[in-house]
Write a protein that binds this ligand. Structure first.
Ligand code: SAM
Length: 300
């Protein structure tokens, strides 16, 4: 079956920067205020939303561990089928929260009752309509008793990617979990960093061999002279920044989430040489070392 491409329509901002010790459902986050920033190209779609007191936020669990089909949910001690739970590590890591809508201010929604991590990519917004959505149900499966604990329970790191996720390595080994790369863009070199004492000579050779042309040194990229390629990738050639910096060619592969990708690399046995860092105007990068070689990650 073919893949489906979804693109974020905005970003959810909440007070929660770590999944540890945060609410597990909106009822456990009563009054917790946040902002939903809708990208300006979609702002027209917010017309008439302010008349609704509650809205559904549909979003990407961008910091979830790789897929698991069997999980021990926050509210239970037994393994359950992932589709009988609200656990984040789903085959399609999509979250759904009904939040209180306090105000629509331009392209920003001021909301309350957020059980979502700060920086979560927003996929959709829909009005919550009791006449459509409220049912008097007969049964709530294994949650019959435990459901009410969602008001007080707090989450821990069990669904985080990387070494803190107790089950992820086993699942990766068994082939059940999808590698992170399957949830990121097709592999593309975003930035090819060349560190050399002969900047101008290397630029001249690349220009001759590959037909690219280099601009002036860019202070935000360590004074690299850069050339942009047809696929959007960039080659940057710079001098070592200090005497002990050795010449190197370092490819930075484009990823959706540099923190998650760096954690996945560490979980796979790599050593983190440079933790994720924002380069204003360029994106975020991280470097890990494996097999004695530098590997870069880049998020735009
Ligand atoms: C159990 S889920 C429920 C979310 C939503 N109400 C639902 O039912 O789909 C809530 C938990 O997901 C985790 N979480 C929240 N935002 C996340 C994100 N962007 N990426 C990964 N995990 C996230 C936190 O551990 C939070 O406590």
């Amino acid at each position: 079956m073919s893949e489906i491409d979804l693109r974020p329509i905005g970003t959810i901002h909440s007070p929660y920067t770590s999944v540890r010790d945060m609410p597990i459902q909106p009822r456990g986050a009563l009054g917790v205020a946040g902002r939903v920033e809708v990208f300006s190209e979609f702002a027209e779609g917010l017309a008439d939303l302010s008349g609704f007191s509650h809205v559904y936020l549909v979003y990407h669990f961008h910091r979830a561990a790789a897929m698991r089909l069997s999980v021990v949910p926050f509210l239970d001690g037994s393994a359950r089928g992932v589709f009988a739970t609200r656990a984040p590590c789903r085959p399609n890591p999509v979250g759904l929260s009904v939040v209180r809508l306090r105000e629509v201010r331009g392209n920003v929604l001021l909301v309350e009752n957020l059980d979502v991590l700060d920086g979560t990519p927003l996929l959709d917004i829909k009005p919550y309509v009791p006449a459509f959505d409220r049912w008097d149900v007969e049964s709530t499966g294994w949650l019959a008793r435990e459901g009410r604990d969602a008001d007080t329970a707090r989450s821990d790191g069990r669904f985080e990617p990387g070494p803190s996720s107790p089950h992820a390595p086993d699942l990766l080994r068994s082939g059940l979990a999808r590698p992170l790369a399957e949830r990121t863009k097709p592999m593309q070199i975003r930035y090819l960093e060349i560190v050399t004492p002969d900047v101008d000579a290397v630029c001249a050779t690349y220009a001759r061999v590959h037909g690219v042309s280099f601009g002036e040194p860019q202070p935000g990229l360590g004074n690299a002279r850069t050339a942009t390629l047809a696929d959007g990738g960039v080659v940057g050639v710079r001098a070592p920044m200090h005497e002990s910096e050795a010449p190197v060619v370092r490819p930075y592969v484009l990823v959706d989430d540099v923190e998650a990708a760096a954690s996945a690399a560490v979980a796979a046995g790599a050593e983190l040489a440079h933790p994720p860092l924002e380069l204003p105007g360029h994106g975020k990068f991280a470097i890990y070392i494996q097999g004695g070689i530098h590997h870069g990650l880049w998020q735009v």
